[in-house]
Design a protein around this ligand. Structure first.
Ligand SMILES: *Cc1c(COP(=O)(O)O)cnc(C)c1O
Length: 366
C-alpha cells in the first residue's frame, strides 16, 4: 500500500506544501544540454550568471551548488575565520549559522522581531564586539530586512552580508535584495521561487570577492592566470544541466513573483483578521519564498491540516534550541516564532479553491 495515497476514494487530493514552477521549457533546456554533451563547466553557467546579474543588478553573480555553499564561500571570501564573530539571527534555517561555524568562526545569535521574523536591529547593535567581522542578515521567507537601520546599527568595518536564499525578486525600498550587502547568497532549492533542484549563487559588486568565490568553488584554481593553487578550494560548482533549468525561470522571475503575490493576497484576504499574516514593510516588495502565518494553537493546526490532506509545515528553526547552538543566551523572539509559525501550502500553481480549502481547515484552530 502506498503510504501517501488518499485513505479512501471519496477524499480530495492532497495539497502539497510547495510545487516548483517548472515544465516544458525547462525540459527542453535540459534536453539541449544532454544533446550538447557538455554537462558541466560549459556555456549554461555563464548564461545563468548573466540572467542573475540582470535580475539582481550586481556586477557579478557566481553560480554554486547550493545556498549553503553560497553562504560558506561568502564567509571564506571575506576571510572570516577563527577568532571572528558573525552575527546571525536566532530564527533562521540553520545553514546560516552552520556556514559561519564551519569557517572556524563563532555564530553569535541575535534575537528576531517575532512579528516580522527578521533580525531585531536594536539587538544587532548590542551584539557588536571588537571581534565582529560581519552580519549575516536573513530576509526570512522573502521579507526584506530594514537595511538602512541595519547599516546604522553597526560600525562601518563590519561587513553586511545578505542571506537572500528566499529573497530573489524581493525589493527593499525599490532596490533588489541580493544587491544590498557587500555579498549576497541565493538558493535554488525547490522551495524557493527559482529552482534548479539544488543550487545557489553569490552576488556582489566587488570583483575581488567574486574572484575569490570563483576560485573556491573550483578547487582554488583561478579562472585567469597560471595553474597554481594559492589556497585550497572545494568543488561547489553548479553543472550546466542544472543551470539550464534555472535560466528560463530567472527570465520569467517577474511573472513567477506576480503569481505568488496573487496567491499571498488570497490568503491574506481570508486570514488577516484571524491570525498574524505576513507582509513586507511599507514601500518594500516581499519575495514570497513561503507564506507563514502565526497562531497560538499552531501544533493543533498543523496536525489538523495534515489530517485533512494539507501539507503544512513549521516556519523554520530556533537555532538557539539546537544542541549545536545551546547555551548562547535567551531568545524570546525566536522561541515565540518557533512555537507559533505555520507555513501554509504555497506555490504559483495553487488555485483560489485550494486556498479556500486550506483557510477553512485552518479556521477551526483560531
Ligand atoms: C533555503 C535556505 C538556505 C539553504 O539553502 P540550500 O540551497 O538549501 O542550501 C539558507 N538560508 C535560508 C534563509 C534559506 O531559506
Amino acid at each position: 500500500m502506498n503510504a501517501t495515497a488518499p485513505r479512501d476514494d471519496q477524499s480530495q487530493a492532497g495539497i502539497r506544501l510547495a510545487r516548483p514552477d517548472v515544465g516544458a521549457e525547462e525540459l527542453e533546456a535540459v534536453a539541449e544540454v544532454i544533446a550538447s554533451g557538455q554537462l558541466t563547466m560549459g556555456p549554461k553557467v555563464a548564461e545563468l550568471e548573466a540572467a542573475l546579474r540582470t535580475a539582481v543588478g550586481t556586477a557579478h553573480a557566481v553560480a554554486v551548488s547550493s545556498g549553503t555553499a553560497a553562504l560558506h564561500l561568502a564567509m571564506l571570501a571575506l576571510r572570516v575565520g577563527p577568532g571572528d564573530e558573525v552575527l546571525v539571527p536566532a530564527y533562521t534555517f540553520p545553514a546560516t549559522a552552520n556556514a559561519v561555524e564551519l569557517c572556524g568562526a563563532r555564530a553569535v545569535l541575535v534575537d528576531v522581531d517575532p512579528d516580522t521574523f527578521d533580525v531585531d536591529v536594536a539587538r544587532v547593535a548590542e551584539a557588536v564586539t571588537p571581534r565582529t567581522r560581519a552580519v549575516l542578515a536573513v530576509h526570512l521567507f522573502g521579507r526584506p530586512v530594514d537595511w538602512e537601520a541595519l547599516q546604522t546599527a553597526v560600525p562601518q568595518e563590519v561587513a553586511l552580508v545578505e542571506d537572500a536564499a528566499g529573497a530573489l525578486g524581493a525589493r527593499y525600498r525599490g532596490q533588489p535584495c541580493g544587491a544590498l550587502g557587500l555579498l549576497a547568497c541565493l538558493s535554488f532549492h525547490p522551495r524557493k521561487i527559482v529552482t534548479t533542484g539544488e543550487g545557489g549563487a553569490v552576488t556582489t559588486d566587488e570583483e575581488e570577492l567574486a574572484d575569490a568565490v570563483r576560485r573556491l568553488r573550483h578547487h582554488g584554481i583561478a579562472a585567469r592566470g597560471d595553474v597554481d593553487i594559492a589556497e585550497p578550494g572545494f568543488n561547489y560548482r553548479l553543472p550546466d544541466l542544472l543551470c539550464a533549468i534555472g535560466i528560463p525561470q530567472v527570465e520569467r522571475l517577474e511573472e513567477l513573483l506576480a503569481a505568488r503575490e496573487r496567491v499571498a493576497a488570497w490568503y491574506t484576504e481570508r486570514l488577516e483578521h484571524l491570525v498574524l499574516t505576513p507582509a513586507a514593510a511599507e514601500g518594500d516588495r516581499h519575495g514570497w519564498q513561503a507564506y507563514v502565518v502565526q497562531l497560538d494553537r499552531r501544533d493543533e493546526a498543523l496536525a489538523g491540516l495534515r489530517a485533512a490532506g494539507i501539507e503544512a509545515q513549521i516556519g523554520t528553526y530556533a537555532v538557539n534550541r539546537l544542541s549545536a547552538y545551546r547555551d548562547r543566551g535567551s531568545f524570546p523572539g525566536a522561541d515565540r516564532a518557533f512555537a507559533r509559525a505555520l507555513a501554509l501550502p504555497f506555490a504559483a500553481s495553487l488555485s483560489e479553491d485550494d486556498v479556500d480549502r486550506v483557510c477553512s481547515a485552518l479556521r477551526r484552530f483560531v
